[in-house]
Design a protein around this ligand. Structure first.
Ligand code: WTA
Length: 664
């Protein structure tokens, strides 16, 4: 490392507040600090500012209908079409030749879609879906990797008013079936395969296995041919159709975008919760789209001219809001990359930034920690001077990783927005407005204008700055989930019951609980500490410990299992499994391998345990409750918490010794 670098690192190390450059502020979409007061004084009418970024077929009558909390309705009476807003209006406004999607495959092949190209394919696919029998309000499941056909299918669904239900391609066959069953979805769009670290991966085989477990049967499946000659030679079955054939048949067909009520469902997205059953988060057309677009404009600072790249997978909410809906509604160019960040080399990300002259880059802390580990020589070998703004999402970012990102990717010129939000919130909630606020590494920032968040104790009383408490949101916002699919009761019990007076119909008595711990400083900057429920965050992906446990106890030879999250240098958290075997079964590598396989089959490789520790007992309280906190301490090599309430305190030391032996 050169002398200058060391000095720089030492200086950054000490700095805990960073100002955006004058140059950035001068061009920012939002640069007036009055916006916070304006939103507060005019709440909820302030949200017209978000709705105004869209074209409405029918103006709304009311910004917020809060007469039946927590079933809030936004922009009621308004009608619009999300696909029209993301595609047609740009074509009509003379931007048909502007690039909408720049796609790069793992092997370096590229595809470019102008807004006109997108318009044509989306229309043709919408027509194809209709011909296959998809009607308004039918849920269409999209089980696809990062190929352009995924956003095209999403927009085609939106065009005909059929909510989509995207299932992350890395999820298992079983996870696909669970989500299709829960959503009562009879249509599926999938893919023959995709590339991972250079090798083709069979996706259709997994799809077919999943389809066998869909209770209600499936009317039609569409299969994208991604692999061509590298494919696995599956024959399509009777109700399976080839994507290209369908488009050829439709050749140039047009479908009028249907006028959707603002409160009509745009999509469903299943996310992990505390129970084994994933939650079907419902998002709407008017509120969600306004909110995703507004935050893309205000926080990501996206302008039409920008080339913007979010490296998330569209299979998660980040990709929905900030690869597809927000950037396309704003008419910008959104980059999509199919593969892994280290293929063929560890400079792949920076190669893409240089090649497309990316202006704005949005990624996850886990990725930043991996880049950091690989070393700054990789970004240094590329020209990253096109970058104007950087963002992170998905988990807390430690100040060291933040500073590395700021220095080595942003060249100390680009503000970094650390954005806190959730699948349920639809869009960003807590982060700095980059043209207005200073940044404090490690802290997401203040709540965005119009968002009312507080840190409280278990009684719901606000805690003092610096003290850890629970994050709550006290007012509704347009991007919020409306309910859990077909399960209003669980919607209330999961998100509202904790801090609300559920008998009241006064919205002031209703408080949203995201199940995160947090603290706030004197300047109202919030540091999110992590989940306080049984959900762990592995590489920015939300996984329910109960889901993993039920996969493990499903394995022959396992009697009982407890899963916790342990700290991990790159992934943030990793899955640690403590397992009791059934009598007659041997602890050992064979069972360990079957446990890992069982988890991969039930959920997918992302949930694979980092460590499987066999133990004769689990630490339990006298009432028989597993003490997860102690297991977390063991996983983290931390000093053990209080064991005096345990029925079997001696077991903790035994488990600890085993973990240590396995780690050596
Ligand atoms: C965590 C991803 C700290 C948090 C958009 C939240 C964060 C969960 C941050 C939601 C952040 C997300 N700082 N923690 N900037 N962003 N989280 O639904 O625990 O996949 O509740 O949505 O990720 O994960 P989800």
């Amino acid at each position: 490392m050169a002398q200058g670098d060391t000095e720089l690192e030492a200086r950054l190390e000490e700095q805990d507040e960073f100002e955006p450059s004058e140059e950035f502020v001068a061009q920012a979409n939002v640069s007036d600090s009055d916006i916070y007061d304006e939103f507060e004084e005019n709440w909820p009418v302030c949200w017209e500012r978000a709705a105004d970024l869209l074209d409405w077929d029918e103006e709304y009558d009311e910004v917020l209908d809060d007469s039946n909390p927590p079933f809030y309705e936004w922009f009621t009476g308004g009608e619009l079409n999300a696909c029209y807003n993301c595609v047609d209006r740009h074509v009509e406004n003379g931007d048909k030749n502007r690039v909408a999607i720049k796609w790069e495959g793992e092997h370096g092949e590229t595809r470019t879609y102008t807004y006109q190209d997108l318009y044509r394919e989306v229309n043709e696919f919408a027509a194809a879906l209709r011909d296959l029998g998809v009607e308004e309000d039918d849920v269409v499941t999209l089980y696809m990797p990062m190929v352009p056909e995924l956003p095209i299918a999403m927009l085609a669904c939106a065009r005909i008013g059929a909510p989509h239900n995207v299932v992350f391609a890395g999820f298992s066959a079983e996870a696909l079936a669970t989500r299709m069953n829960a959503a009562d979805s009879r249509f599926l769009v999938t893919c023959d395969g995709y590339y991972r670290r250079g090798d083709p991966l069979d996706h259709l085989d997994k799809t077919n296995e999943g389809l066998d477990s869909v209770d209600h049967g499936v009317d039609a499946t569409v299969v994208v041919d991604r692999l061509g000659d590298d494919g696995f030679g599956h024959d399509l079955k009777g109700n399976q159709h080839d994507w290209d054939d369908l488009l050829d048949e439709q050749g140039g067909e047009r479908v009028e975008p249907v006028e959707r009520d603002a409160e009509d469902m745009l999509f469903l997205m299943y996310t992990s919760g505390t129970t084994g059953q994933p939650k079907g988060v419902k998002h709407t057309t008017g509120g969600y789209l306004s909110y995703a677009t507004w935050t893309s404009h205000a926080v990501l600072d996206i302008e039409q001219e920008d080339t913007y790249w979010c490296s998330a997978d569209i299979g998660w909410i980040t990709g929905h809001s900030y690869i597809v809906y927000g950037p396309l509604a704003l008419g910008s160019t959104t980059v999509m990359y199919e593969g892994t960040p280290d293929f063929p080399n560890r400079d792949r990300m920076w190669d893409i930034v240089e090649k497309y002259a990316v202006d704005i880059f949005y990624t996850a802390p886990t990725a930043i920690r991996a880049f950091m580990k690989w070393g700054s020589k990789y970004p240094a070998s590329r020209d990253l001077s096109s970058l104007r703004l950087l963002g992170t999402v998905g988990e807390p970012i430690n100040p060291r990783a933040w500073k590395w990102y700021y220095e080595h990717i942003g060249n100390e010129d680009c503000p970094v927005v650390d954005t806190w939000w959730q699948t349920e919130t639809g869009g960003m909630m807590i982060t700095t407005l980059p043209g207005v606020k200073n940044m404090k590494p490690g802290s997401a920032g203040p709540p965005l204008p119009g968002i009312d968040a507080q840190i409280v104790d278990t009684n719901g009383d606000e805690v003092k700055p610096g003290r850890a408490g629970y994050l709550t949101v006290n007012k509704p916002w347009p991007g919020m989930l409306r309910t859990l699919y077909n399960n209003d009761e669980r919607y209330i019990s999961e998100y509202w019951e904790e801090y609300s007076d559920t008998d009241s119909d006064d919205p002031d008595d209703w408080v949203y609980f995201p199940e995160d711990g947090a603290k706030v400083d004197e300047d109202d900057y919030i540091t999110v500490l992590g989940r306080v429920d049984d959900v762990i965050n592995v590489s920015g992906h939300r996984l329910g410990t109960m889901e993993i446990e039920s996969a493990i106890v499903g394995v022959e030879g396992v009697a009982e299992a407890a899963v916790v999250g342990g700290n991990h240098e790159v992934k943030g958290e990793a899955v640690y499994a403590y397992v009791i075997t059934e009598d007659g079964y041997e602890e050992g590598d064979d069972l360990r391998a079957r446990i890992i396989e069982g988890v991969e089959d039930a959920i997918g490789p992302i949930a694979r345990p980092e460590q499987v520790v066999f133990t004769p007992e689990l630490p339990k309280t006298r009432s028989g409750k597993i003490m997860r906190r102690l297991l977390e301490d063991v996983a983290n090599g931390a000093e053990l918490g209080n064991t005096s309430t345990l029925r079997n305190p001696e077991i903790v030391g035994e488990i600890e010794a085993k973990v240590r032996a396995q780690s050596d």
